[in-house]
Write a protein that binds this ligand. Sequence first.
Ligand code: ZN
Length: 138
Amino acid sequence: MISYRKELWFNTNNRREFINITHQVEACLRESGIEEGICLVNAMHITASIFINDDESGLHADFEQWLERLAPEKPHSQYRHNGYEDNADAHLKRQIMGREVVVAVTKGKLDFGTWEQIFYGEFDGKRKKRVLVKIIGE
Ligand code: ZN
Protein backbone atom coordinates (compact mmCIF):
# COMPACT_ATOMS: atom_id res chain seq x y z
CA MET A 1 0.00 0.00 0.00
CA ILE A 2 1.16 3.51 -0.82
CA SER A 3 0.53 6.38 1.59
CA TYR A 4 0.85 9.92 0.25
CA ARG A 5 0.61 13.21 2.19
CA LYS A 6 0.81 16.80 1.00
CA GLU A 7 -0.12 20.22 2.38
CA LEU A 8 -1.57 22.87 0.08
CA TRP A 9 -1.27 26.51 1.20
CA PHE A 10 -3.72 29.34 0.64
CA ASN A 11 -3.67 33.05 1.43
CA THR A 12 -6.82 34.71 0.14
CA ASN A 13 -7.15 38.43 -0.63
CA ASN A 14 -10.64 38.52 0.84
CA ARG A 15 -12.11 37.46 4.18
CA ARG A 16 -14.37 34.96 2.39
CA GLU A 17 -13.58 33.10 -0.84
CA PHE A 18 -14.36 29.86 -2.60
CA ILE A 19 -11.44 28.39 -4.58
CA ASN A 20 -11.69 25.42 -6.93
CA ILE A 21 -8.79 23.15 -5.91
CA THR A 22 -9.74 20.14 -8.06
CA HIS A 23 -6.70 20.47 -10.35
CA GLN A 24 -4.35 20.72 -7.36
CA VAL A 25 -5.81 17.55 -5.85
CA GLU A 26 -5.57 15.79 -9.23
CA ALA A 27 -1.89 16.82 -9.39
CA CYS A 28 -1.39 15.25 -5.93
CA LEU A 29 -3.02 12.05 -7.15
CA ARG A 30 -0.72 11.90 -10.20
CA GLU A 31 2.31 12.54 -7.94
CA SER A 32 1.21 9.73 -5.59
CA GLY A 33 1.10 7.19 -8.41
CA ILE A 34 -1.92 5.57 -6.74
CA GLU A 35 -4.41 3.90 -9.10
CA GLU A 36 -6.95 2.45 -6.65
CA GLY A 37 -7.69 3.89 -3.22
CA ILE A 38 -9.15 6.77 -1.25
CA CYS A 39 -8.32 10.49 -1.29
CA LEU A 40 -9.04 12.61 1.78
CA VAL A 41 -8.89 16.41 1.57
CA ASN A 42 -9.41 18.44 4.75
CA ALA A 43 -9.00 21.99 5.93
CA MET A 44 -6.42 22.24 8.74
CA HIS A 45 -8.10 25.33 10.22
CA ILE A 46 -11.39 25.69 12.09
CA THR A 47 -12.54 28.68 10.03
CA ALA A 48 -12.15 27.09 6.57
CA SER A 49 -13.94 24.28 4.75
CA ILE A 50 -13.42 21.71 2.06
CA PHE A 51 -16.56 20.76 0.17
CA ILE A 52 -17.71 19.30 -3.14
CA ASN A 53 -20.22 21.02 -5.36
CA ASP A 54 -20.75 22.67 -8.75
CA ASP A 55 -18.31 25.28 -10.08
CA GLU A 56 -21.07 27.77 -10.88
CA SER A 57 -20.76 31.42 -9.91
CA GLY A 58 -24.48 31.89 -9.20
CA LEU A 59 -24.43 28.98 -6.78
CA HIS A 60 -21.36 30.40 -5.03
CA ALA A 61 -23.12 33.76 -4.63
CA ASP A 62 -26.10 31.85 -3.21
CA PHE A 63 -23.81 30.07 -0.72
CA GLU A 64 -22.41 33.44 0.39
CA GLN A 65 -25.87 34.97 0.88
CA TRP A 66 -27.25 31.87 2.61
CA LEU A 67 -24.29 31.65 5.00
CA GLU A 68 -24.53 35.37 5.79
CA ARG A 69 -28.23 34.93 6.65
CA LEU A 70 -27.46 31.96 8.92
CA ALA A 71 -24.36 33.45 10.58
CA PRO A 72 -23.94 37.16 9.75
CA GLU A 73 -20.40 38.46 10.23
CA LYS A 74 -21.61 41.65 11.95
CA PRO A 75 -22.33 42.89 14.49
CA HIS A 76 -19.40 41.13 16.11
CA SER A 77 -20.97 41.65 19.54
CA GLN A 78 -23.81 39.18 18.76
CA TYR A 79 -21.45 36.23 19.37
CA ARG A 80 -20.07 35.07 22.72
CA HIS A 81 -16.94 33.72 20.95
CA ASN A 82 -15.99 37.26 19.96
CA GLY A 83 -14.48 38.29 23.29
CA TYR A 84 -10.92 38.41 21.96
CA GLU A 85 -11.64 37.55 18.31
CA ASP A 86 -14.03 38.67 15.60
CA ASN A 87 -14.41 35.39 13.72
CA ALA A 88 -17.33 33.58 15.37
CA ASP A 89 -19.27 33.74 12.10
CA ALA A 90 -16.36 32.03 10.30
CA HIS A 91 -16.41 29.10 12.76
CA LEU A 92 -20.17 28.69 12.21
CA LYS A 93 -19.89 28.92 8.41
CA ARG A 94 -17.12 26.34 8.40
CA GLN A 95 -19.26 23.99 10.48
CA ILE A 96 -22.09 24.17 7.94
CA MET A 97 -19.87 23.75 4.86
CA GLY A 98 -17.84 20.93 6.40
CA ARG A 99 -14.26 20.06 7.27
CA GLU A 100 -13.35 17.46 4.64
CA VAL A 101 -14.24 15.40 1.61
CA VAL A 102 -13.33 11.83 0.71
CA VAL A 103 -13.18 10.86 -2.96
CA ALA A 104 -12.73 7.36 -4.35
CA VAL A 105 -9.71 6.84 -6.60
CA THR A 106 -10.43 4.55 -9.54
CA LYS A 107 -7.99 3.79 -12.36
CA GLY A 108 -5.79 6.71 -11.30
CA LYS A 109 -8.62 9.31 -11.40
CA LEU A 110 -10.80 11.01 -8.81
CA ASP A 111 -14.09 9.12 -9.20
CA PHE A 112 -16.48 12.11 -9.28
CA GLY A 113 -20.16 12.31 -10.01
CA THR A 114 -21.31 14.64 -12.77
CA TRP A 115 -20.29 18.28 -12.12
CA GLU A 116 -18.55 17.47 -8.84
CA GLN A 117 -15.57 19.71 -8.06
CA ILE A 118 -13.57 20.20 -4.86
CA PHE A 119 -13.55 23.65 -3.23
CA TYR A 120 -11.62 25.38 -0.48
CA GLY A 121 -14.02 27.61 1.44
CA GLU A 122 -12.31 30.43 3.30
CA PHE A 123 -14.33 32.29 5.96
CA ASP A 124 -11.62 34.20 7.82
CA GLY A 125 -8.92 34.81 5.23
CA LYS A 126 -6.08 37.22 4.45
CA ARG A 127 -3.63 34.88 6.18
CA LYS A 128 -1.79 31.68 5.36
CA LYS A 129 -3.76 28.49 5.86
CA ARG A 130 -3.21 24.83 5.05
CA VAL A 131 -5.18 22.02 3.47
CA LEU A 132 -4.16 18.38 3.91
CA VAL A 133 -4.32 15.90 1.05
CA LYS A 134 -3.94 12.28 2.13
CA ILE A 135 -4.18 9.48 -0.41
CA ILE A 136 -3.89 5.81 0.42
CA GLY A 137 -4.12 2.85 -1.91
CA GLU A 138 -2.08 0.99 -4.44
ZN1 ZN B 1 -12.17 32.11 16.66
